[in-house]
Design a protein around this ligand. Structure first.
Ligand code: GLU
Ligand code: MG
Length: 436
């Protein structure tokens, strides 16, 4: 008997988990049209498999329609073949479902184009850790630390390439058993598809070699976190870059500066969407090179929004490479939702003609709350609850998302918080490490 080849139709949901259903490969053509059946209340399954209060109960039917452009079909060295295709959740009549994260990002990108006539180019930079004890200590950026996992790094980069991503670099990061993997930028929805694919293939590549990878925001508060840094630039309808202006604020064009201004203004309100776990807030503290304030940094890795360096010398290549980096995200967030929140905040900044203001070049944690306020900075929410309250109470941010997203999201996160409410911090970290 030959095993039947199955394709897994998948969605990256509110919990940042990838869920779906498999069908026999010979049905692919049919499934690309008709999808697989899906259930509305699935959106309230938390990252711990508890089910939050749902407006749908047992009612309703949806379709998960795979998108042939977004998937991976990879055979690992141990012979395991993994094949999945990401898709959109629609109603039975084919219109997008309001709580489909991928459709929410498509709407955000459309709004950016409607308002500013530009397309987003972006890339997600990921950090992850292997859960086995490190075979060697003191391997921050270490060659030996890299060599210990060379097989995994080479397997992962090959898997990413097979799936159509553009492997850029991979390294042994600072933390114990921590690695960072970078892929090249993609246009529109594709970069978020890439991020979902990268997380899945990293876990799969590790599994194929007897390791377990976790993207949890932070494993141990005595050490560093696992960040997701989102690099962004813009092109016009002719694909010409419009991010850079040598005479602009930190080299940003007026459009980029306004986008950055919107992101910084609304950062406290969207944080619950980009750093959405309880332990995310253990990572977002000063001196972890993550993000603790709504500040712009010029090449400063403690800033939540950073103007990145470029290696090119000639003006045309500089304009092509120039990008800004959002650092207050982690892999508990669906890449679709995190990017949608950032794009909406930035687009609001363009609509309102904002500016990101002057970059900071100092340790903001040394300033008093009054001194911070006088300069227009705030300490970002320090718990998921306060971040969620900020989002729920911000009418501008709420209405970027279709009804009933805001209420459903808050109910979802309440159930997640309830699951870990009685745990101490190490136990919480362990719970998140096991799910992401
Ligand atoms: N690990 C840091 C974070 O949690 C980032 C370190 C870096 O700059 O790559 O975001
Ligand atoms: Mg890093």
């Amino acid at each position: 008997m030959t095993p039947k080849h199955l394709i897994f139709a998948a969605t990256s949901d509110i919990a940042g988990k990838v869920r779906g259903k498999a069908f026999p490969a010979e049905q692919l053509e049919k499934r690309l049209q008709r999808g697989v059946g899906w259930t509305p209340t699935n959106v309230q399954i938390t990252c711990f498999d508890s089910i939050a209060e749902s407006p749908f109960g047992a009612l309703g039917d949806l379709l998960l329609i795979p998108d042939a452009q977004a998937g991976a079909d990879v055979t690992f060295g141990n012979g395991t073949r993994e094949h999945f295709i990401l898709g959109d959740i629609t109603k039975l009549d084919g219109t997008p479902w309001e709580l489909c994260m991928r459709s929410i990002l498509k709407q955000a990108l459309k709004r950016l184009h409607d308002v500013a006539g530009v397309h987003l180019i972006s890339a997600f930079e990921h950090e992850f850790q292997l859960r086995s004890p490190p075979a060697l200590d003191n391997q921050a950026y270490g060659r030996e630390g890299f060599e210990l996992q060379r097989a995994l790094c080479e397997t992962l980069m090959a898997a990413l390439e097979t799936a159509g991503l553009k492997p850029d670099s991979i390294m042994k990061e600072y933390g114990p058993n921590q690695y960072e993997v970078v892929v090249g930028p993609s246009k529109g929805i594709r970069s978020a598809d890439d991020a979902v694919i990268l997380r899945e293939l990293t876990r799969s590549a590790a599994r194929s070699l007897g390791e377990t990878a976790t993207f949890t925001p932070i494993r141990d508060i005595a050490s560093v976190g696992n960040g997701v840094h989102i690099h962004m630039s813009f092109v016009d309808n002719d694909s010409d870059p419009v991010t850079y202006d040598p005479n602009g604020n930190c080299g940003m064009s007026k459009l980029t500066d306004a986008f950055a201004g919107g992101v910084l203004k609304y950062l406290p309100d969207i944080l619950a969407l980009t750093a959405p776990s309880v332990v995310s807030y253990e990572r977002l503290t000063p001196h972890r090179w993550s993000a603790a304030y709504n500040n712009l940094g010029f090449r400063d890795r403690e800033a939540s929004l950073r103007v990145c360096p470029v290696t090119a010398k000639d003006p045309a290549s500089v304009a092509q490479q120039f990008n800004i980096e959002y650092r207050a995200a982690d892999a508990a967030a669906s890449p679709y939702l995190a990017l949608a929140a950032i794009v909406h905040a930035g687009t609001q900044g363009i609509e309102d003609g904002l500016s990101a203001g002057a970059p900071t070049e100092e340790d903001l944690s040394l300033l008093s709350p009054e001194a911070l306020q006088a300069r227009g900075f705030v300490r970002l929410p320090e718990t998921l609850q306060t971040a969620l309250d900020a989002f729920a109470a911000q009418p501008v941010a709420r209405q970027w998302f279709p009804e009933p997203f805001a209420d459903v999201y808050v109910a979802h996160k309440k159930a997640e918080m309830a699951h870990v409410a009685d745990m101490d911090v190490p136990t919480r970290c362990a719970a998140y490490e096991a799910t992401y």
